[in-house]
Design a protein around this ligand. Structure first.
Ligand SMILES: Cc1cc2nc3c(=O)[nH]c(=O)nc-3n(C[C@H](O)[C@H](O)[C@H](O)COP(=O)(O)OP(=O)(O)OC[C@H]3O[C@@H](n4cnc5c(N)ncnc54)[C@H](O)[C@@H]3O)c2cc1C
Length: 265
């Protein structure tokens, strides 16, 4: 029984984001990278699943050379193996190009029952990749998962709780499935010193487009169906106004201002 976990390297959420406005892509080299925070919950869910059922975990990341740092972190946490999809031809791939490469890597690992992912990344933030991978592979898509209730690897069945507006819904699905998890599904553990030391010495296998049998007209910036054409920050908020006077005066002024603005009638 095998589990795959997708982990994306993203710019540190505390850092100032820099964009290449001409190309419409992030200037990733200019920012300290971290593991996508949602993916930490995905790794933890994979580790918790392995503690309950007998299975192996493989982490995959697609990204430039330094994306291997997030895979070292996964190794330090104790996953069985990692794969780094790294090919300059993949640079600039949109969500579909990314999902296509990740799906082919999952196929290459073989016999994967569950793919754990974060519900979205903190940079691209489309939340599209999990559904796209499920669609390419024909796996059951289970997104926004807040709890895994039950997995029956033999009967190829999984029961989860999905977060929906105002509550949760319980969904039963067939395996193999892509499960994207939300924040709070668990409490991600931290790697210990021994794990970090061991991971630092481990070889990280790399896969390029040929290894994954990727068709060149489906990947990279030129093949991307979507392109970021404009990037802007919201205009600064206007200055606020502090109303002065006693409570009755303040209430009267406030009501007349809201009437003027047609917020109340
Ligand atoms: C026009 C365009 C150009 C881009 N150029 C670049 C670029 O030059 N360099 C670059 O690194 N990215 C680039 N990206 C973004 C890159 O392709 C993203 O990885 C991809 O678009 C995923 O989108 P997202 O971050 O919105 O994923 P989401 O759907 O929000 O992510 C959901 C989950 O999918 C998984 N996931 C997503 N991406 C990856 C990944 N790469 N590896 C492993 N798991 C993943 C994670 O588990 C994540 O939590 C570009 C995107 C577009 C649209």
């Amino acid at each position: 029984m095998k589990i795959a976990v997708c982990v994306k390297q993203v710019p540190d959420t505390e850092a100032e984001i820099k964009w290449d406005t001409e190309k419409g892509v992030l200037k990733r080299d200019a920012i300290d990278p971290i593991t996508n925070p949602f993916d930490e919950f995905a790794i933890e869910e994979a580790l918790l699943t392995r503690e309950k059922y007998d299975c192996e975990i493989y982490a995959i990341s697609m990204g430039p050379e330094r994306a291997q740092e997030v895979l070292r972190n996964a190794l330090a946490l104790g996953v069985n193996g990692v794969y780094h999809i790294n090919d300059p031809q993949l640079s600039g791939s949109d969500t579909f190009g990314t999902a296509y490469a990740l799906a082919n890597a999952i196929k290459k690992i073989g016999d994967v029952d569950i793919v754990f992912m974060g519900r979205q990344s903190t940079d691209g933030s489309t939340g599209a990749v999990p559904g796209e991978i499920a669609s390419i592979l024909g796996y059951t898509p289970l997104t926004y998962v807040a709890k895994i209730r039950e997995i029956d690897f033999k009967a190829k069945r999984i029961v989860v709780e999905r977060a929906i507006e105002g509550g949760f819904e319980v969904v039963e699905g067939k395996l193999p499935a892509v499960v994207s998890v939300i924040k709070g599904i668990n409490e991600p553990r931290l790697p210990n010193l021994m794990g970090i030391r061991k991971a630092a010495k481990m070889e990280i296998p790399k896969w390029n487009c040929d290894d994954l049998g990727l068709e060149k007209d489906k990947i990279g910036l030129a093949a991307s169906a979507t392109r970021v054409t404009e990037i802007s920050v919201p205009p600064p908020k206007g200055q606020g106004e502090i109303l002065k006077g006693d409570l009755e005066e303040i209430a009267e002024t406030l009501v007349s201002k809201l009437l003027d603005l047609k917020i109340i009638k």
